[in-house]
Design a protein around this ligand. Structure first.
Ligand SMILES: Nc1ncnc2c1ncn2[C@@H]1O[C@H](COP(=O)(O)OP(=O)(O)OP(=O)(O)O)[C@@H](O)[C@H]1O
Length: 692
């Protein structure tokens, strides 16, 4: 690997803002038909097209079909439609699940374009807090978590005649729970329900064994070849290697956009800066296009994510720096080159911490193949793996199912919490004995049941409690936050609690633009609340709500205060949905005004498993696990001299050390008062283990 010669010697003009920034996805109605005619030709070139009659026949004849086909062969966009066109959804609809929200949205848009209809009409999508479907929707792309939520009110999924579980290799907790539920639905609806399980990288035998009697179908061929390249020797720093490789491709390869897989937002932001700077310093070359660097990660506002999908303007090459959210299902038009660092940030349970943490780990071979697959969607492509071929061979063939590596009590991306809570709400009495394809570790299940017990969602017999457990299962937030909402109703601060939960559920609120960081920090100062991040977010919410909705006043306010306007719009939307949920559950909406004590007590009532206490040396320890944590650098509590004695926090993140993110100051005496059974048990365990 080498940097293009002469780099860093001469500064070029900085990049101009991308002119496609304001484009909207979708187009005028009259263009739809023309567009769909062109797309019809494209879909007929896909490998699944020639297999369509056989696939439809197999689905007709078999209740469960496992489809394996190369990335880009057309599974996601075509198979749901084949089944719909063949009448297999008659009297109902086809649901197609996706592990990621961005995939559900963009694939639905593509299929709507191909069918010449508006999104939300015959084809729609449903993701948490965003439903784009109507009574006319017959093909619905949705996250697997959303299908689980639907199963809560409609356990036999009567509205669907066919469910397609796509990207089944990803094995999120939600998909694994769905496997078990759908197996039961198959048993109970033998005549009018069909299940299709799809992936490019799947152990078909394991699936046909699990879904007894299932057939497997292989779709041969891929549309375009992808040449895979490895490094000759191992790289010391995958970030440096990624930057070098991106510039190398830019300088040496023909036209086409570049998709780089990194692990997280911080890393993406620093690489974005470094690549832009290095590109600006390249020696002038009239034949070389401009470089536009675009980030792509889950916390990015949806509109910013969709910008990645807009074509680059003439004479510009896009470099998209993405986490694994661009790894499966999606097609980013124009991408011909993939740079795979070989790493991913994934959530796993740390027995040492007694909690989940995000850790950078090597990808599996299946993930590496999915990543490479993003390069050959519209033309032949190249994938540059920043590791040696020998290292690839040593990677695990598939990713360990999330259900086997996480704390099941709080899987944050599940819209309704925790699979044990979901399962209980779905009427599964014996969660430990549930027909999981790969059962989670018994200890993890028991731990999550324990947490649900501590939250009052289960009783001592392990049954769902009424009303608390049933209410928690219906709220579209993690059970700990659900508990905050329920407690806030009783304590008299639900107006504030709903706002806080909406704010922690939206995207990153505070905007710190490069070059204006100090100005932004200064502008944020007025919201800072000494008592913690939740109250700071509440202050932003209140200030924003006070601004008139007329004209562009709210946008102006956001700009002046360096607040992300989309995050605020999303928070307002979540806020109104949560309010509706609380009203439906009969929870009163009452305000505590300026009495933050009441609100902080409500936060303790739900977040008590995430309580940490200051030690003599000024460090913190999580009370439940005894592990050391530091308050996250982004927290308002870091800016103060006095360290609070006790905090509760949203989540643990592990970078160079363990951090507690989003923390609020609480009084230690509230913990045993508001969660007596939990802290009595903790105390007993510590005595038993000889701890302090
Ligand atoms: N938004 C889009 N823009 C342009 N082309 C697209 C788009 N979506 C799909 N395609 C085309 O359709 C092909 C098939 O996409 P599809 O997602 O159905 O494949 P797949 O077999 O499900 O792949 P994967 O396993 O990677 O998800 C792509 O390779 C691409 O050529």
């Amino acid at each position: 690997m080498f940097l293009p010669s002469g780099s860093g010697q001469q500064a070029l003009h900085p990049l101009k803002p991308a002119p496609w920034a304001d484009l909207k996805v979708g187009g005028p109605r009259r263009l739809l038909l023309l567009c769909s005619q062109r797309l019809d030709k494209e879909r007929q070139q896909l490998p699944v097209w020639s297999a369509r009659e056989r696939l439809v026949e197999l689905v007709r004849d078999n209740q469960v079909l496992v489809v394996i086909g190369e990335t880009g062969s057309g599974k996601t966009t075509q198979i749901p439609r084949f089944l719909y066109d063949a009448g297999l959804a008659k009297g109902g609809a086809v649901a197609c699940t996706q592990p990621r929200r961005v995939a559900a949205v963009t694939v639905a848009q593509r299929v709507a374009d191909e069918m010449g209809t508006d999104l939300g009409a015959k084809v729609g999508y449903s993701i948490r807090f965003d439903d784009r479907t109507s009574g006319a929707t017959r093909i619905k792309y949705l996250t697997d978590g959303m299908l689980l939520r639907e199963a809560l009110v409609d356990p036999l999924l009567q509205r669907y005649k066919v469910v397609v579980l796509d990207e089944a290799h990803e094995r999120t907790v939600a998909t694994d729970v769905l496997f078990g539920l759908l197996k039961a639905v198959c048993r109970q609806r033998p005549a009018d329900f069909r299940l299709v399980v799809m992936s490019a990288t799947l152990d078909a035998a394991a699936f046909t064994r699990y879904f007894e009697g299932a057939q497997a179908a292989y779709v041969e061929g891929r549309q375009f070849p992808v040449q895979v390249m490895y490094t000759a020797v191992s790289e010391d720093s995958y970030q440096d290697a990624a930057i070098t490789a991106a510039l190398q491709v830019h300088c040496e390869e023909g036209p086409g956009d570049i998709l780089v897989f990194l692990t997280g937002q911080d890393e993406i932001e620093s690489c974005e800066r470094l690549i832009s700077e290095a590109a600006a310093a390249l020696p002038p070359d009239p034949d070389r296009p401009q470089l536009a660097v675009l980030p792509m990660y889950a916390a990015l506002p949806p509109e910013a994510q969709l910008r990645v999908f807009q074509p680059a303007p003439p004479n510009t090459r896009k470099v998209i720096l993405s986490t694994n959210i661009a790894e499966t299902s999606i097609t980013i038009s124009g991408v011909r080159y993939v740079i795979d660092t070989g790493f991913v940030k994934s959530r796993s349970y740390s027995p040492r911490l007694g909690a989940d943490c995000l850790q950078v780990t090597p990808v599996s071979q299946a993930q590496a193949r999915q990543r490479s697959g993003r390069a050959g969607r519209e033309a032949p492509g190249k994938a540059f793996r920043l590791y040696t071929e020998a290292s690839f061979q040593q990677l695990p063939p598939t990713t360990l199912p999330e259900i086997q590596r996480t704390n099941l009590a709080s899987v944050p991306h599940l819209p309704a919490p925790a699979c044990p809570l979901q399962l209980k709400a779905l009427g599964v009495a014996d969660v430990v004995g549930f027909d999981f394809m790969d059962p989670p570790p018994r200890a993890a299940l028991l731990r999550s049941l324990e947490l649900l017990l501590a939250l009052g969602a289960l009783d001592a017999r392990g049954d769902l409690t009424q009303p608390v457990g049933a209410q928690l299962a219906r709220l579209p937030v993690e059970p700990m936050y659900g508990k905050v909402l329920l407690a806030s109703g009783e304590m008299g601060c639900s107006v504030e609690a709903v706002a806080v939960v909406a704010m922690v559920s939206t995207d990153v609120v505070f905007h710190l633009p490069r070059g204006k960081r100090e100005e932004a920090v200064e502008a944020h100062q007025q919201f800072r609340c000494r008592e913690g991040d939740h109250l700071t977010l509440l202050a932003v919410f209140r200030a924003y709500s006070d601004v008139s909705r007329k004209g562009h006043e709210r946008s102006h306010w956001c700009r002046a205060h360096f607040v992300n306007p989309r995050a605020m719009r999303k928070a307002m939307d979540i806020h109104s949905q949560l309010k509706e949920h609380l009203q439906a559950l009969g929870i009163p909406l009452v305000s505590c005004g300026e009495d933050t004590r009441v609100l902080r007590r409500a936060l303790v009532a739900g977040l008590f498993p995430h309580a940490a206490r200051r030690q003599l040396d000024g460090s913190y320890k999580v009370i439940a696990s005894g592990q050391a944590v530091a308050i996250h650098p982004s927290s308002v509590l870091r800016a103060q001299n006095a360290k609070p004695e006790c905090i509760v926090f949203n989540e643990l993140v592990r970078t160079t050390r363990q951090y507690a993110r989003d923390a609020v100051v609480v009084e230690p005496s509230w913990l045993p008062e508001l969660a007596p059974a939990y802290f009595a048990r903790q105390h007993a365990n510590q005595q038993h283990n000889g701890g302090a």
